[in-house]
Ligand binder design. Structure first.
Ligand SMILES: [Zn+2]
Length: 308
């Protein structure tokens, strides 16, 4: 049977190959299957990500059995990742469940406390052969259990110190992306100078980009056309993300785009088929839309197609 793939190796392969692996958050088994089907079709490695709220919703008692069932159906490299673990307890729970990658996000803490917490997590996780992602700098925006008003860009010298002191396997940095669907008031720009400086100091460190959703306007228009009310949603341009993937960015997180895609599809289907009440029908339609979106992203934006 296919085993969960070592995420650190997955990201190092991406770093050396100048592409990035998508980490896709999912809320339901339909979304998870859409992601896996897309990556199988494109022969792409993939990271399946759950936040703490996502894990609670999925039910921690179910998740590993579902994962094991998924692994039987595919031979592509898959990692199961905890997104934005805020404390040691949630990380430990995921390591003990059998996740093979965890994020400890101590970016809300003063620097020395972030270092101490991350180091403690690394010591525990590495004992169980689990990869650890740390975060330095703060992204603006709101998503699940994460929210902040303003950016705090990552300082490259501090990033080097952080990696040395904690031993993390990958590092999420803040270069101007934001969580959620409402990212920019003005023209979206990213601080590629910071990314360049970080990778110059640590050429072998896989860098992670959060808050990198594109928020396609066609989905927002579909949602609003079919009864939704989402105003002012705006994401990061794909050109900027593509450029980052060719640099040191090896993992790009995707949550918002899949949510708006899934919701747009369900709103559209139910409005256009008012007589329909079979969940399989509208969920199948939504699943197909998410699969197409993920296929597009791995092929056209992240460059990870044909790498598995
Ligand atoms: Zn994030």
């Amino acid at each position: 049977m296919n085993k969960l793939f070592n995420e650190k190796q997955m990201l190092l392969d991406a770093l050396h190959g100048k592409y990035a692996v998508g980490a896709f958050n999912f809320s339901s088994i339909e979304m998870m299957r859409a992601i896996v089907d897309a990556c199988m079709n494109q022969r792409s490695p993939v990271i399946l990500a759950l936040s703490e709220s996502g894990l609670k919703y999925a039910n921690p008692g179910y998740i590993m059995d579902i994962m094991n069932a998924v692994m039987k159906t595919t031979d592509i490299p898959i990692a199961l990742h905890l997104d934005h673990g805020k404390n040691f307890e949630i990380v430990k729970q995921c390591v003990d469940l059998g996740f093979n990658s965890v994020m400890i996000d101590g970016s809300y803490l003063p620097y020395e406390e972030n270092v101490a917490l991350t180091k403690k997590v690394v010591q525990y996780a590495h004992k169980h052969h689990v990869s650890v992602e740390g975060e330095l700098g703060v992204l603006a925006g709101v998503e699940d259990d994460v929210s902040a008003k303003e950016h705090k860009y990552t300082n490259p010298e501090q990033a080097l110190d952080f990696v040395k002191k904690t031993g993390v396997d990958s590092l999420a940095i803040a270069i101007g992306t934001s969580h959620g669907a409402f990212k920019f008031k003005g023209e979206p720009t990213l601080r590629f100078d910071i990314l360049k400086n970080v990778s110059a100091l640590m050429p072998e460190m896989p860098i992670v980009l959060h808050g990198a959703s594109n928020v396609p306007q066609e989905y927002i228009e579909t949602i609003n056309k079919f009864g939704g009310k989402i105003k002012g949603a705006k994401g990061v341009s794909e050109e900027l993300i593509k450029k980052a993937c060719k640099m040191a960015v090896c993992k790009v997180n995707n949550d918002t785009d899949l949510r708006v895609c899934f919701t747009a599809a369900i709103r559209q289907f139910l409005k256009e088929n008012p007589q329909e009440f079979t969940p399989r029908k509208y969920l199948q339609f939504a699943k197909d839309q998410v699969r197409q979106l993920v296929e597009y992203k791995v092929k056209k934006v992240f460059g990870s197609a044909k790498k598995a």
